[in-house]
Design a protein around this ligand. Structure first.
Ligand SMILES: N[C@H](CCC[C@H](N)C(=O)O)C(=O)O
Length: 293
């Protein structure tokens, strides 16, 4: 059995979507990513009983094409392209810990470069607006297997004998949005977990259940690919806002009410860019005793 390693971490949350953050930025307590199996670390450190506990692992690294780079791993160790809530927390981490004094940070992700705009008060990041880039709907890009068309808008998909109308939206990662009159645990846990791995998603998907409360307010719960239910999903809130806007259920600016907080989403009608505003908070810091396999 290899020796245990001490891994320094910071735990952060954005609207209750909590991740363990590890920096690989070259400080004395930084991680050298090449020396660790990141999917294995993500699974173990995310465990809420045997680990630090979180929805997954975020690694903050130098970038050759932007100011910094973020990699994101779900609690099951799978790597995702993008994470909205984590991108806000990364902005706060970098600014509040003095890695940058920029109030606009370019962040490289596995789905391209995102612009993080920090809202600073008394030298501290209070909230962050992220330009998440353009949403996309083509099945081959998401990826999704639409039976009817090259886009999936309200397409019927059956899970355990029940039919759902799903709208597929790409926000860097794949999302299936379902509108419903009321959201309950059974919908999210039972049907969400079945729909995550449905044949319509070649790479699985995050599944959002959405109630339209008014043209400016949505209520949403999410079953995340690779993690299960989380208290919030930034890319999911964006995907839900896009689906709702395209179906004419809401305008281009909505507040999305999640179990862990509120995110404000604005879709730029000119260029399709989706802007997400929301909180980011430090929770704890310390070191974790990592036992590699
Ligand atoms: N919670 C994240 C998304 C994680 C997505 C991940 N579960 C995937 O596999 O795509 C967010 O705030 O956008």
């Amino acid at each position: 059995m290899p020796e245990k390693r001490k891994i320094y971490f910071t735990k952060m949350q954005g609207a209750g979507n909590d991740y363990v953050y590890i920096d690989a930025l070259g400080t004395p307590t930084s991680l050298s990513p090449g020396t660790v199996n990141l999917p294995d670390l993500a699974t173990k450190i995310s465990d809420r009983h045997f680990g630090v506990g979180g929805d997954g692992l975020i690694v903050i690294m130098p970038s050759s094409s932007a100011d910094f780079r973020m990699r994101m791993f779900n609690a099951d160790g799978s790597e995702a392209q993008m994470c909205g809530n984590a991108s806000r927390c990364v902005a706060k981490y970098l600014y509040d810990k003095g890695f940058t004094d920029k109030e606009e940070i370019l962040l490289e992700t596995n789905s391209g470069i995102k612009i993080l705009r920090l809202h600073i008060e008394d030298g501290e990041t209070r909230s962050v607006t992220v330009d998440m880039g353009c949403y996309y709907l083509h099945c081959k890009d998401i990826p999704a297997k639409g039976a009817i068309d090259d886009v999936m808008i309200d397409e019927p998909v059956v899970a355990d004998g029940r039919e759902f109308l799903i709208t597929a939206v790409g926000m860097g990662n794949p999302h299936g949005v379902i509108f419903t009159d009321s959201i309950d645990d059974c919908l999210v846990h039972h049907y969400g977990s079945i729909l995550e791995t449905s044949d319509v998603w070649p790479e699985k998907a995050n599944i959002e259940f959405v109630e339209v409360e008014s043209p400016t307010r949505l209520k949403m719960r999410v079953w995340e690919r690779g993690t299960g239910e989380t208290l919030a999903c930034g890319t999911g809130a964006c995907a839900s806002a896009v689906a709702s806007f395209l179906k004419g259920l809401s305008g281009n600016e909505v507040e999305v009410v999640l179990l862990g907080g509120i995110l404000n989403i604005r879709i730029d009608k000119e260029n399709g860019h989706v802007h997400m505003h929301g909180p980011a908070e430090f929770v704890a810091e310390g070191h974790y005793y990592y036992q590699p396999d």
